[in-house]
Design a protein around this ligand. Sequence first.
Ligand code: ZN
Ligand code: ZN
Length: 574
Amino acid sequence: MGKIIQLDTHLSNMIAAGEVVENMASVIKELMENAIDAQASSIQIHLRNYGLTSIQIIDDGEGMDASDLTMAFKRHATSKIKTSHDLYRIASLGFRGEALPSIASVAKITIESSPNAEHGHRLIIQNGSVTHQDIGPPRKGTAIKVEQLFYNTPARLKHLKSEQKELSFIVDYVNKTALAHPHIRFQLTHDQKTLFQTSGDGNILKILHEIYPLEIIKNMISFEAKNQYFDISGFLCKPAYTRSTRQQIALYVNHRIIKNNALLHAVVSGYSTYLPKHKYPIVYMNINVDPLFIDVNIHPQKLEVKLTEQKNLEQLIIETIDTHLSKENLIPQIKKEYEPAKHPRSFNFDEASDKIVEESKQTSYLETSEHPPSSVLESTQKLPYLEYIGQYEGTYLLFQSEQGLYLIDQHAAAERIRYEQYYHAMQTDTKHVQPLMIPLTIPLSNQEMIALKDAKSIIENIGLTIDLSDSQQLIIHEIPNWFLKGDEADYAERMVRHVLHKDQISVGELIDQLAKDLACKHSIKANHYITTHEVQALLKALKQTKNPFTCPHGRPTIIQFQRTEIEKMFKRIV
Ligand code: ZN
Ligand code: ZN
């Protein structure tokens, strides 16, 4: 009888584990929260083999005696809700009572704990039940070791992302937790190498510097503001240092990490015109508020928090960011790498093709222009002979032929041409590289650097030689010849953004994304007058593309009004 109940519990724990224990980062999250709840002043996280072999968390918190220890592995053992504040704490930290049994159902756990320096206890839990119990070292606090994670749930194991990606989730979580608890000393190691460490002296800026390079730290603006309900403070990074995701916006309510899309949106709105589209800032913000204003959506994994008077807070955030940014001198301190590309560039396509021909002499990637392969010959016939008659709205080029009236979108057309040039260069011209006398450096966070490790061979595949040994900057020693002179840093940075933007990017995807991005950036924009001579060069180049009909994003480059349709509209024919 007892056995049946036991099995039931084990099964339900495994089911709960499916919800709570998603990956290594979620195990670490649960265990770190336990340590924080136990009032630890020091928390060490040691990983072996990305946490797959073992995750060990050692704290110097309150510790447990023998009976507390056994209770901790029973479901719903410890959630005692007394006040709404407790409810918030419990909900935002996850379900205390469920985490340990859930982890124990999918891993082997060894736990040593002691409430004082005199009596220590040790438990070993396997298959969800205690297999061993004895005396442990008398050290105040708890040391828990999770081994063979997901050994009995191979499906879960299969769902893990790449090892580097999983590690980057862990680093990101530890980073953000350290920012929430500046008075706790944190240390994160992987295979005995320290990845992150804080001193616990309460200095937020010092913790930020453990995460970001000095260059970014020097460009952080501290802020503080309040209204009748809320009190906000933290650091904003100047808009010159943007990110392609919102991941670097860290929001806390009463020093707890939260998720709240409306507040994220308010932060981005505060930066409004300072940021290009799809770029996000680096922000650390703590919101202090009476817990009575906090409304928690209780779900073990969601940290979604809603606040009463939230609109009021959104307004405060937008105004505070806006006023702090407008006070600053935001002209980026020109460092070669961050020099914005000169814009608008010359739209002289003759010059561009000259340059390409000249480059092709060195690099050979456009040799095809001298000996056009059959595909080029075919596409010259894809577009009819067109006679240029003028420009409309500084955006559309008008042409006529026997068949009717044609409009070409000058940006879309130029983009198609550039896209194919870049694409071709990236695919075929990886051997023509130039070593850099002074290596290029791109400042990145520790987490971004780790995420980048997966993509090293992909980046090198398109002709760069990179060095990932520094934890906060990417060092580039060699670049492909097709990188535009003076724009090398911009090219490299865009490439990094594309790599970091996706979970896993293939060489093909990277080439496609980067070629689209560079093509859009370096193509003539709408509302720009171009000379007849430039129009002819553009048309000629468009005719030579493989697909002259759409831009790389799928918009049409050319549309046609048939002569007969026009005649019908004027009732010249019926
Ligand atoms: Zn575009
Ligand atoms: Zn486009």
